[in-house]
Design a protein around this ligand. Structure first.
Ligand code: SAH
Length: 242
């Protein structure tokens, strides 16, 4: 499923940052880049920093104003290192990503990034529905432009569920019934070996249950454990083999 998510860079002064931002968004699976009145673009430096993402740069739309860049958007987020809490609702990139994907199912959404020196102006923020602040060192909170783009794009990708397709496990986890048979077996051996006095069980069983429940063995691992218990039991039954 692809989401119409647009990355808008405002009045970027360093073409290298435009290239690095293009690379950042492509690595996270996005391609819609809009440049509002960039100082120097197209540029060889932007191409060089984009590396394998020159296609994103080639497709990037250049417009004169932020209004034009976001005219068709259902929601606009302004990414800012300056927290202007009193005037705009504030989200972190994770919260922004979750909300953004929900709204993106209804139409394009935009995330806007400010110019390197001074960030987004209040007039630009006036076109945004919410401010996105990347939690950072309060004494030095201004990330490089492309780094900020990367972090926001990463959260979007993560929220898109890319992380939810793990490899199927080699063996299925043991069932509750399998685990009960194992605990019975383990206790039997603990008693028969003399390790556990059934009249004074203390918290041993509970502690061992806690240990194995934390480990959540799969059926294969549980089979190995049962094999160890069975071998030890045979040893106890036939002490002459010692
Ligand atoms: N000195 C500027 C920061 C410019 S950094 C200022 O005070 O706002 C260039 C852009 O990167 C910012 O406009 C913003 O879009 C983004 N950015 C950098 N650090 C950020 C942070 N901590 N949270 C959100 N966006 C950030």
């Amino acid at each position: 499923m692809s989401f119409p998510i647009r990355f808008v860079l405002c009045e970027t002064s360093h073409p290298g940052n435009i290239g690095a931002a293009a690379r950042a968004i492509k690595t996270m699976g996005f391609s819609d880049l809009v440049l509002v009145d960039p100082q120097d673009f197209p540029s060889a430096e932007a191409d060089a920093r984009a590396s394998g993402a020159v296609d994103v740069l080639a497709k990037a739309r250049v417009v004169d104003t932020l209004q034009e860049a976001v005219a068709d958007c259902r929601i606009v987020y302004g990414s800012s290192a300056r927290r202007r809490k009193l005037r705009w609702p504030e989200l972190n990139p994770r919260e922004c990503a979750a909300q953004c994907l929900e709204i993106a199912s209804t139409g394009p959404v935009a995330i806007v990034f400010g110019t390197e020196r001074s960030g987004l102006s209040n007039e630009q923020m006036d076109l945004c529905n919410a401010l996105v602040y990347i939690p950072a060192n309060p004494e030095y909170s201004s990330l490089n432009l492309a780094s900020a783009v990367q972090l926001v794009a990463y959260e979007l990708r993560f929220a898109m569920g890319e992380f939810q397709s793990p490899q199927p496990p080699e063996f299925p986890p043991a069932t509750g019934a399998d685990m009960e048979l194992f605990y019975e077996h383990l206790l039997r051996l603990m008693v028969s070996s003399g390790f556990l006095n059934p009249d004074n069980p203390r918290q041993l069983e509970r502690k061992l249950r806690r240990l194995f429940n934390r480990a959540r063995p799969d059926v294969n691992e549980l089979g190995i454990l049962r094999g160890v218990l069975a071998a030890a039991e045979r040893h106890i039954d036939e002490p002459e083999n010692d």
